[in-house]
Design a protein around this ligand. Structure first.
Ligand code: SF4
Length: 136
């Protein structure tokens, strides 16, 4: 197999994942301002994407807001983390907000988060089924 055939084969293998990523982008971008970081933490940030922070902070505010809660990098926008905090409090999701987030793996940028999520759900379902079978 030459290099161009190998490249074509790789592209064909990645096509389904890229199609899912495209659908995910088309849905999440308008809804959440998603930037396809590849490791979604919306469920922990009261469904406000932390990647809309101009500094890209995923684990809380930088502390540089002005007295009105406006961002120091972009004074035209309220601090993303202030919005996250207020909404998490309203939604009763403070426990999730306090969770420490893993470092972002930039190699996953642009890839779908739905595929690993689906794999986790399927494997959890399988292990639950196995637990039920061993309990019988
Ligand atoms: S956390 Fe990442 S995947 Fe989730 S909405 Fe924000 S940019 Fe998109």
């Amino acid at each position: 197999m030459n290099i161009s055939q190998a490249t074509a084969l790789r592209a064909v293998k990645r096509a389904p994942e890229q199609a899912v990523a495209l659908v995910e982008r088309l849905i999440k971008r308008p809804l959440f301002g998603c930037q396809m970081c590849g490791h979604c933490i919306l469920q922990d940030t009261a469904f406000i994407c932390p990647m809309s922070c101009p500094k890209g902070l995923r684990d809380g505010p930088c502390g540089g807001t002005d007295m009105y809660g406006m961002c120091e990098t972009d004074p035209t926008m309220p601090c993303v983390w202030l919005r996250i905090y207020e909404r998490a409090e309203r939604m009763g999701r403070m426990d999730r907000l306090m969770k420490l987030q893993d470092d972002l793996d930039w190699r996953r940028e642009g890839s779908s988060e739905w595929i690993p999520l689906l794999k986790r759900v399927v494997s959890r379902g399988r292990s639950l089924n196995q637990d039920e079978r061993t309990a019988q």
